[in-house]
Design a protein around this ligand. Structure first.
Ligand code: ATP
Ligand code: MG
Length: 404
């Protein structure tokens, strides 16, 4: 993007953000914060075509725990851009940098500050459009924490004990060989309850769809359970509120779990201390070549797609298939009689092509700090307008005093 077009987009955004926001798509079940507002909405919806009933609200987040990797891109970010492109005019899309989640593991202050802004540059570099999607920092909107507290108060501890993602995160961060090396004694309360904060992130915007990687499956199920429990609590004395929150659905891609290049028994992760385990979206071509050449496969020289018994080879085929928008089984057929060296060379070419443009865009955008700040300022304004309404309803229904 040229600096002139950067200025143009930034200018347009500033004007837009000064106006009251129209976030109708989020009102899936049509409950409002006050009777007057509900009346306005009723009148508006009677006069407008019946589009709200089918409108969708997408919410997803990424932690500022480092530069996103190929797994984040193929499992989540690329899907965000696709959904943005295919969204109907009345759909609403929220994409958030979720800083409070990053603090569930120790972080370096300066690195964390930088990672938050860098992540915004990356989200734009992969193709998110701030004119269409609401891009903001979760940790600049305290409504997330307040709703998380209310959800904590109705979340059975037994249900949280069944959430096992913390084990993988802790094992990665502590450089453990596998999850069996970490146990409850290392678990802090934030890491234990972060699925509840994630549920709050999603419910706060009445999200109907949550595009994530497969590792988030348990958490989306928990979010659905908590939406249902909170609906019952809010509607205890008034049926109208029993459908306040839609039950969110996960949206996956075919490449919903990209594996570590170093250890194909675990997923590719930002928090793994092993840099060779992941391809960063900002990696230079030489680094990409070296990491793929060293990727762990197996001693069987035949190429076949067998994710259970040959996860390393299957991972390379999944990556190549995702780059080509094909099925891994079909891609594998092309390599009959060929070896891993040939497969790896093609994977390298495909990744170089896939990441070339996002990397160039990132390098340009990262220089435009003021522009990035304006984008998230505009996003935050829209996010808070939407979440503020939801929280007024929640407080009122739970018997909490309104915030003056
Ligand atoms: P961390 O190690 O700090 O948890 P992460 O790599 O898991 O980082 P997140 O910020 O937790 O990344 O997740 C962002 C999104 O990327 C989520 O939707 C998550 O499901 C998805 N994702 C993460 N890793 C992968 C992967 N290896 N394959 C596919 N999707 C992934
Ligand atoms: Mg993660």
């Amino acid at each position: 993007m040229s600096s002139a077009s950067l200025r143009r987009v930034a200018g347009a955004c500033r004007v837009r953000c000064g106006l009251p926001c129209q976030l109708g798509g989020a009102r899936y079940y049509g409950t409002g914060p006050s009777q007057a507002e509900a009346r306005d909405e009723d009148t508006a919806s009677r006069n407008a075509p019946n589009v709200h009933a089918r409108s969708r609200t997408y919410f997803s987040g990424i932690q500022p725990t480092g530069v996103p990797h190929l797994g984040n891109y193929l499992g989540a970010l690329r899907n965000w851009v696709k959904l943005q492109r295919e969204a109907k005019p009345n759909d609403t899309l929220y994409f958030s940098v979720v800083g409070w989640h990053a603090l569930t593991l120790p972080q370096d202050r300066n690195a964390l500050l930088k990672a938050q802004t860098d992540m915004v540059a990356l989200l734009l570099a992969v193709g998110l459009d701030p004119e269409r999607s609401i891009i903001f920092h979760q940790n600049q909107n305290p409504d997330h924490l307040e709703l998380a507290w209310y959800l904590n108060c109705i979340t059975p501890v037994g249900k949280l004990r069944r959430m096992t993602t913390w084990k993988g995160r802790l094992a990665d961060a502590r450089n453990a060989n596998d999850e069996s090396e970490v146990d409850d004694s290392l678990l802090n309360t934030g890491l234990f309850t972060y699925p509840v904060l994630q549920a709050a992130d999603i419910l706060l915007y009445k999200a109907t769809h949550v595009p994530v990687g497969e590792d988030q499956q348990q958490h989306i199920e928990l979010s659905r359970d908590l939406a249902d429990s909170l609906n019952r609590q809010l509607g205890a004395h008034n049926k109208e509120f029993r459908r306040t929150f839609p039950l969110p659905e996960a949206v996956y891609t075919p490449s919903k779990r990209i594996l570590s290049l170093r250890d194909p028994s675990s997923k590719m992760s930002k928090s793994s201390p092993f840099e060779q385990s992941r391809i960063l979206l900002t990696d230079k071509p030489e680094a990409i070549k070296s990491k793929i050449r060293k990727a762990v496969t197996d001693s069987n020289s035949e190429i076949a797609y067998d994710p259970i018994n040959r996860p390393g080879t299957a991972n390379l085929l999944t990556i190549l298939a995702a780059c080509e928008d094909a099925q891994p089984e079909q891609v594998a057929e092309r390599y009959a009689g060929k070896d891993h060296g040939i497969l790896k060379a093609d994977v390298i070419d495909a990744i170089l092509e896939l990441l070339r443009r996002p990397r160039e865009e990132y390098e340009r955008l990262i220089q435009a700090r003021d522009y990035l700040d304006r984008i998230v300022e505009g996003g935050l304004f829209k996010a808070r307008s939407a979440s503020g309404k939801v929280m007024r309803t929640v407080r009122d229904r739970l018997g909490m005093l309104a915030i003056p």
